[in-house]
Design a protein around this ligand. Structure first.
Ligand code: ACO
Ligand code: OAA
Length: 388
C-alpha cells in the first residue's frame, strides 16, 4: 500500500491494511481473487480434501496421511456428544433465542468441565480444537430440534462432520450428494486470515485467556450482518423480494439510498471472492437437482447491478459477491432454516479460529493498539445538582 493510500485507509478507520500478526495459516490475494490455506489453493482443497483433512491441515500445518486422518476422525466422533450440563443450558434458554446466541452460550458453558481448560499448551489446545469442532454441529442441531419439540439425535460415529450435521438436523441419513455439498461448504468457510471474528479470537487469546473464551468471543463477532450474519440477510432479502424483477428494483433502491446490500463487497477482495465461484456452482447444481432454480437465478440477476451501477463519479461500483452470497441460496435449497446459516459458518470457522488461537499462544504478545483521542480536556466535575 502506498503512503497516501495508507493514510486515506487510516482516516477511514477499520484497521484497513494494518498488519496485526505474522501467520503461517492463510494467504489472500484480494486483487487476484486467490485464497491459500497453508500453501494449498482453495480450489485444490475444495475438490480434493474433506473438511476433516482441512481441519488437520489448519491445525498441524500438513495434510494428514491415512492413519493420521483415521485418528482425527476417531477423536472427533468420540467428542461429538454434549455433556449433560450443556444440553441443560440449551434447554433452559427462552423460546425464540437465536441459534447464534445458543451456540455462543453453549461454547461458553463447555468451558465448565473441560479437562484442559486452564492449559494453553499446544497439545491441550489441539485437544480443545478437536472437541469444539466435534461439538459445534451437535449444539446447533440439538437446539433446532429442541425448539421444534423434537428429541435431539445422537451423533453417528460413522458419519463425517458434514454428514452428522445433516443427520442430526433432519433425523435421517443424508443423501451422499448433500453430504458432499455440505462438506465442500465447510472447507470453503474454514479459514480466512485476519477477518473480524478471527481477529477477535486472537485479541482474546493474546491476553492468555483460553480457547473457549477466544471462540466464544469470535462467535459474537461472526454474528454481525457485516460479517457471517450476511448469509442469513441475503436470503431474507431474496425472500422478501420474491422474484428477480422485484429484487432488481429493491437493490437499485438500496444503492440509491446508500444502503449496504448483503452478500456483496469485501475488505480484501477487489474481484470475485474465489469461494463465491464454488458456491455459485453449488447453488446452481442444487437448484437444478431440486427442480427449483429460482433463488439461484435471482441471485445471478443481482451480480451485474452491483458490478456495473455507476457511482456519481461515473465509475462502476465494482462490487462482487462474497462468500455469504451464494451460500444463502445453496443452503435454502437444501431446506436449511435461515437462522442456521450463520451457525453453519461457525461450524466451519471454528477450525480456523482454533488454528489462530494456537498460533497466538505459541508466540504471544498482548494485542493493544492505540486510538487517536478526539475528546476534550480541562473539564471539572460539577456538583450533580448543577449538571444539565
Ligand atoms: C464472511 C464475510 O464477512 S464477507 C462480508 C459479509 N458482509 C456483507 O456481505 C455485508 C455487505 N458488505 C459490506 O458491508 C462491506 O462490503 C464489508 C463490510 C464487507 C466491507 O466493508 P469495507 O471494507 O468498509 O467496504 P469498502 O471500504 O470497500 O467500501 C467501498 C465502498 O463501497 C460501498 N459498499 C461496500 N459494500 C457494499 C455493499 N454490500 N452494498 C453497497 N455498497 C457497498 C461502501 O459503502 C463504500 O462506498 P463509499 O466509497 O461511497 O463510502
Ligand atoms: O475476510 C473477511 O474480512 C471476511 C471473510 O470473508 C471471512 O471471514 O470469510
Amino acid at each position: 500500500m502506498s503512503e497516501s493510500t495508507a493514510a486515506t485507509a487510516a482516516a477511514k478507520g477499520g484497521l484497513q491494511g494494518v498488519v496485526a500478526a505474522q501467520s503461517d495459516i492463510c494467504f489472500i490475494d484480494g486483487d487476484a481473487g486467490r485464497l491459500v490455506y497453508r500453501g494449498y489453493e482453495i480450489g485444490d482443497l475444495v475438490e480434493n480434501a474433506s473438511f476433516e483433512e482441512t481441519a488437520y491441515l489448519l491445525w498441524d500445518g500438513k495434510l494428514p496421511n491415512k492413519t493420521e486422518l483415521a485418528t482425527l476422525k476417531q477423536q472427533l466422533s468420540a467428542s461429538m456428544a454434549l455433556p449433560a450440563h450443556v444440553l441443560a443450558v440449551i434447554k433452559a434458554l427462552p423460546a425464540g433465542t437465536q441459534p447464534m446466541d445458543v451456540l455462543r452460550t453453549a461454547v461458553s458453558a463447555l468451558a465448565g468441565g473441560d479437562t484442559d481448560l486452564t492449559s494453553n499448551e499446544a497439545a491441550a489446545n489441539r485437544r480443545k480444537a478437536v472437541r469444539l469442532t466435534a461439538q459445534f454441529p451437535t449444539i446447533v442441531t440439538a437446539y433446532h430440534r429442541i425448539r421444534n419439540n423434537q428429541q435431539p439425535i445422537a451423533p453417528d460415529p460413522s458419519l463425517s462432520i458434514a454428514g452428522n450435521f445433516l443427520y442430526m438436523l433432519n433425523g435421517k441419513k443424508p443423501h451422499e450428494t448433500l453430504v458432499r455439498v455440505m462438506d465442500a461448504a465447510l472447507v470453503l468457510h474454514a479459514e480466512h486470515g485476519m477477518n473480524a471474528s478471527t481477529f477477535t479470537a486472537r485479541v482474546i487469546a493474546a491476553t492468555l485467556a483460553d480457547m473457549h473464551a477466544s471462540i466464544t468471543g469470535a462467535l459474537g463477532a461472526l454474528k454481525g450482518p457485516l460479517h457471517g450474519g450476511a448469509n442469513e440477510a441475503v436470503m431474507h432479502l431474496l425472500l422478501q423480494c420474491g422474484d428477480a424483477d422485484s429484487a432488481e428494483r429493491k437493490i437499485k433502491e438500496m444503492l440509491a439510498n446508500k444502503q449496504k446490500v448483503p452478500g456483496f463487497g469485501h475488505r480484501v477482495y477487489r474481484t470475485f471472492d474465489p469461494r463465491a465461484t464454488f458456491l455459485r456452482k453449488m447453488s446452481k447444481q442444487l437448484g437444478e437437482a431440486a427442480g427449483n432454480s429460482k433463488w439461484y437465478e435471482m441471485s445471478e440477476r443481482l451480480i451485474p447491478i452491483l458490478r456495473d451501477t455507476k457511482k456519481p463519479t461515473g465509475e462502476p461500483l465494482g462490487l462482487n459477491p462474497n462468500v455469504d452470497f451464494f451460500s444463502a441460496s445453496a443452503y435454502y435449497t437444501m431446506d436449511i432454516p435461515l437462522d442456521l446459516f450463520t451457525p453453519i459458518f461457525g461450524v466451519a470457522r471454528v477450525t480456523g479460529w482454533a488454528a489462530h488461537v494456537m498460533e497466538q499462544h505459541k508466540n504471544n504478545r498482548i494485542i493493544r493498539p492505540t486510538d487517536d483521542y478526539t475528546g476534550p480536556f480541562g473539564k471539572k466535575v460539577e456538583p450533580i445538582e448543577q449538571r444539565a
